[in-house]
Design a protein around this ligand. Structure first.
Ligand code: SAH
Length: 339
């Protein structure tokens, strides 16, 4: 609930207005997981609250810490017994959490592990929030950045994701600025237009991964609904409406999308756009046969993009020993990495 919704409900329960602010602060600043911890709230009100409401919470089922770089992967258990994953990474500027937006995924990208077990359900706003809060409490850190790049397609769970963004950025809560938040989509064009209307200052990332419909159709089923030109038109409209630079994710898959020709095509498609390309050597997923491009191939690809004045960087791989890297997250205790 937002603070104003909480105020309305507290008024109905017979509480004073400041009580709503106190409860909001317990939930979103002190990060309590039960009403009994709200020590400055009267017992009578706490009892009423426990009768009418539940606090979305998740418990740590498993925690893996990378020996290489300290990246932490959590397997969280939700109240209904479903599992989700989140990853916390340490950068020079602070801690970033990568959160999931759904249990499983419908999108079926061929190189990604998230959808292997299918789609189960959307996450509620509180369940997305509780990934951040539980990790913060467990690691005793402040998280300064959020990326919606875990399991699930955020724009396929639009309303809950918008409410999560409102809560996480609220100044009476964790107050994480929109400029410290990234949202990634595989290219749900209807959702991009809905997001555009909100004019948020977050960074929109697009999982492009191919320069032509022929290649993208073979790796990303979403492309048959919204093809590359439709997607890039939406991106241009988005940039015009928000003034924000878009980030394109491009997983380099050997022999699939990493040729010189692909680099030229990509440059032509993105020409003149306020954007940035983030290359990711594709991560191996046991069930998927794709192999990452060699360093030489990456270099050749980058030099063509640079010649065409496209901003390009290579994403650092973190948490590779705990299967925490892009596209390796998946639900299920048995299926999660144990090595
Ligand atoms: N559904 C959203 C959010 C997930 S973000 C989206 O698709 O953008 C996860 C990112 O990791 C996406 O860019 C996805 O395409 C990428 N990814 C998936 N599998 C990968 C793999 N095996 N190697 C590298 N990146 C991968």
């Amino acid at each position: 609930m937002t603070l104003s919704e909480l105020r309305e409900d507290i008024a109905v329960l017979g509480g004073k207005a400041y009580l709503a602010s106190q409860i909001y602060s317990w939930l979103h600043r002190q990060l309590v997981s039960s009403f009994d911890e709200m020590t400055n709230v009267s017992k009578a009100i706490r009892e009423k609250l426990s009768g009418f409401y539940t606090i979305s919470d998740c418990t740590i089922e498993k925690k893996l810490v990378s020996v290489y770089d300290g990246t932490v992967k959590y397997l969280f258990k939700l109240n209904d017994g479903e599992f989700i994953e989140s990853v916390v990474m340490k950068y020079k500027y602070g801690y970033t959490i990568c959160v999931s937006s759904q249990v499983g995924c419908k999108m079926g990208c061929r190189f990604c592990a998230s959808g292997i077990a299918g789609f189960v359900r959307n996450l509620l706003p509180g369940e997305i929030l509780s990934q951040v809060y539980t990790a913060q409490k467990d690691m005793n850190i402040r998280i300064s950045h959020v990326v919606m790049m875990g399991v699930g397609e955020p724009l396929d769970n639009f309303d809950n994701v918008m409410r999560f963004l409102e809560l996480i950025s609220n100044e009476d809560g964790q107050n994480i600025g929109m400029r410290n938040i990234s949202l990634s989509t595989c290219g749900v064009v209807s959702g991009i237009y809905k997001l555009l209307e909100k004019k948020l200052q977050l960074t929109l990332s697009i999982s492009l991964h191919a320069p032509s419909d022929e290649i993208r159709n073979s790796t990303m089923p979403v492309n048959s609904k919204w093809n590359i030109d439709t997607l890039l038109t939406a991106c241009r409209d988005y940039i015009e409406a928000t003034g924000r630079r878009i980030s394109f994710e491009y997983a380099m898959i050997s022999g699939v999308n990493d040729s010189d020709e692909c680099a030229r095509l990509l440059s032509a498609k993105l020409k003149g756009m306020l954007c940035h390309v983030n290359l990711i050597p594709v991560n191996s997923v046991k069930e998927r046969g794709y192999v990452k491009s060699s360093n030489e191939r990456m270099k050749a690809f980058i030099s063509i993009l640079e010649k065409n004045r496209i901003n390009v960087t290579v994403r650092r791989t973190l948490g590779s020993d705990i299967n925490a890297s892009c596209g390796q997250l998946r639900r299920g205790v048995k299926e999660s990495s144990t090595d």
